[in-house]
Design a binder for this molecule. Structure first.
Ligand code: AGP
Length: 610
């Protein structure tokens, strides 16, 4: 969840590292640090808080060098403070290291190293690694070998980068369970935990795989496995551009990403819907299509917002494919010793493609013989690479920690998969074409909802001081209630719960009084009458109601305090629309509370540790 950047080459590494860290700050923002090598000396600067503080110290120190590494931290072991910030070093400060991941046997290693007289300065698990590497340097190994030997003693996950005063022309880096990518430039090489940090400098990248270690110089790089086998790495050309990861005139990334949704959803479906055949074409599934169509059971596994998308997928698959579908938190699936039968397919959904639990659940399911398919946004991410096939979301980079456009993209992809498979089963051509016609109108309908932004901001003003919120929906809109509540919680720190509307009477209704705002997702669908009864029940208890309703529904205005009217569509596509006003509501409430929506407290964009 932390961010790693490094550079060795002709240029001054300091602005490259600071700029790269800013682009990675969405991954972790508790503290930041930089280490460089200059004329045989090591210099380390670090601080608690933002990269902008580090930038100031770097300017004041007039720091400049041709090799360096930088880190932005999301604390796991040890509170966010200067001592726990990375880089960490060995005793004589000749070796500096940044680490992303968790060293699970750090206590054992720390005790062993302490016995040999080593003093630790931080509470982190990471600090054991430079000392461990140092113990191998002292045995006469060079840096690359010392790192390799040290990593053979380490249990857990890591993406690391190391520099050493006695070998001042190289960065050694390695990966297991935390992403790491090498960027190839002219007279310079980069490393980063995320291509966003490299894209301003190069589009040629090499992804390290788990258990691989590399050394990069200004003019070359080479890689091995940590078991010492030589490997040839493939150079990949990135297609994303720098504009995609800038705020583009918006005050926040989150607002930009909400507003981008007409286009991002269009991109998710672009070239994939075929009107004449009333179906979809998904290249990444072609090689597994027969096996997938004949699945006896589908499991969808993910975390957070992606898990909510999976719940919507369950409704889609069961309605149109009649294949039993289960949705599992990846963190539970991986440790539950799941029963995987022949004929099971598991979809793993992940915006980042790096979520530790989702990746581990996929590896476990693969081991048990399931067909493992990925729905990811980040091209070339670990989950995408590990899968047997899959579909990219193509929503473009999502920087705001709260997922918005990735969610609507995930729903779009799940709907495309549904059409594709349903047409291979018993959906008629006419029904496929009707679905196509609904589908292609979705971006325009999202645009219409976005034009309600000011109205939603006014509603947010009314509720910004509320302490609790309930979100209720039925059927396809139950997962949207969960997602609406999650959005509000994570960026406004207001306690919010999502429930299936009918469950309200089984407990949550006890919370309802005049101080409890209740958001109903109540479009005119087959559950409308039932949800109106639920609205009446809340009203009778003086709850304040906001309803997301169909644009032609005039009856509902008489029952609720505020309505947000949205265009109609078919049930399976409705969540792509109903979630948008909930994103805006959460956004405006958080902004009115003066909070940082892009970097909410305690969170990080991709959870690459357990
Ligand atoms: C969403 O707003 C959250 N920040 C979080 O729940 C996220 O969806 C979850 O961590 C899964 O991430 P992934 O999609 O990158 O796997």
């Amino acid at each position: 969840m932390c961010g790693i950047v490094g550079y060795v080459g002709d240029k001054n590494c300091v602005p490259i590292i600071i700029e790269g860290l800013k682009r990675l700050e969405y991954r972790g923002y508790d503290s930041a640090g930089i280490a460089v090598l200059n004329n045989g000396n090591s210099i380390i600067l670090k601080n608690k808080g933002k990269v902008s503080f580090l930038e100031k110290s770097v300017e004041q120190a007039g720091l400049s060098a041709h090799i360096g590494i930088g880190h932005t931290r999301w604390a796991t072991h040890g509170i966010p403070n200067e001592l726990n910030a990375h880089p960490h070093c060995n005793t004589d400060q000749s070796l500096m290291l940044i680490h992303n991941g968790i060293i699970e046997n750090y206590q054992v290693l720390k005790t062993m190293l302490k016995k040999s007289g080593i003093k630790f300065l931080s509470d982190t698990d990471s600090e054991v690694i430079p000392h461990l590497i140092d113990s191998f340097l002292k045995k006469g190994h060079d840096l690359f070998e010392a790192v390799r030997f040290a990593l053979n003693e380490v249990e857990g996950t890591y993406g690391i980068a190391v520099i050493y005063t006695k070998e001042p022309n190289k960065i050694v880096c390695a990966k297991k369970g935390s992403p790491l990518v090498i960027g190839i430039g002219e007279n310079g090489h980069y490393i980063a935990s995320d291509v966003n940090a490299l894209i301003a400098h190069t589009k040629q990248v090499v992804y390290l795989e788990d258990g691989e270690i590399a050394e990069i110089f200004a003019d070359r790089f080479s890689a091995k496995t940590i078991e010492d086998e030589d490997i040839q790495k493939e150079i990949i050309e990135l297609t994303m551009s720098l504009d995609e990861i800038d705020r583009g005139g918006y005050q926040t990334f989150m607002l930009k990403e909400i507003m981008e949704q007409p286009e991002s959803v269009r991109n998710s479906m672009r070239g994939r819907l075929i009107f004449e055949e009333g179906t979809a074409k998904l290249g990444g599934l072609e090689s597994v299509l027969d096996r997938l169509s004949h699945s006896k059971r589908i499991i969808i596994s993910a975390c957070g917002t992606s898990w909510h998308a999976g719940l919507v997928g369950e409704y889609m698959f069961e309605q149109f494919l009649r294949i039993p579908t289960e949705v599992e938190y990846a963190s539970e699936l991986r440790y539950r010793n799941p029963i995987i039968n022949e004929g099971d397919t598991i979809f793993f959904i992940s915006q980042s493609g790096e979520t530790a639990d989702t990746l581990a659940a996929m590896k476990e399911a693969k081991r048990k013989g399931a067909l493992c398919l990925a729905i990811c946004n980040v091209v070339g991410s670990s989950i995408a690479r590990e899968s047997d096939g899959g579909v990219y979301i193509h929503a473009g980079p999502e920087i705001g920690v709260a997922s918005t456009k990735a969610f609507t993209g995930q729903l779009t992809v799940l709907a495309l998969i549904t059409i594709l498979l349903a047409r291979r089963k018993d959906m008629s051509l006419a029904d496929g074409k009707a679905l196509y016609n609904e589908f292609i109108q979705i971006p325009e309908k999202i645009q219409k909802i976005l034009s309600l932004n000011e109205k939603i901001e006014t509603i947010a003003e009314e509720f910004k001081d509320s302490k609790n919120f309930l979100y209720l929906g039925r059927g396809y809109n139950f997962p949207v209630a969960l997602e609406g509540a999650l959005k509000l919680k994570e960026i406004s720190y207001i306690h919010a719960e999502g429930y299936p509307a009918a469950e309200m009477k089984h407990g949550p209704i006890a919370l309802v009084d005049e101080n409890m705002p209740v958001v109903f997702i109540a479009p005119k669908d087959s559950t409308y009458d039932k949800i109106i009864s639920n609205i009446e029940e809340i009203k009778a208890r003086k709850g304040r109601i906001i309803a997301i309703a169909s644009e032609h529904d005039t009856e509902i205005d008489k029952l609720v305090d505020f309505t947000i009217k949205i265009p109609d569509t078919i049930r399976m596509l409705m969540p792509i629309l109903t979630v948008v006003p909930l994103q805006l509501l959460a956004y405006h409430i958080a902004m009115k509370k003066g909070l940082n929506v892009d970097q909410p407290r305690n969170l990080a964009k991709s959870v690459t540790v357990e």
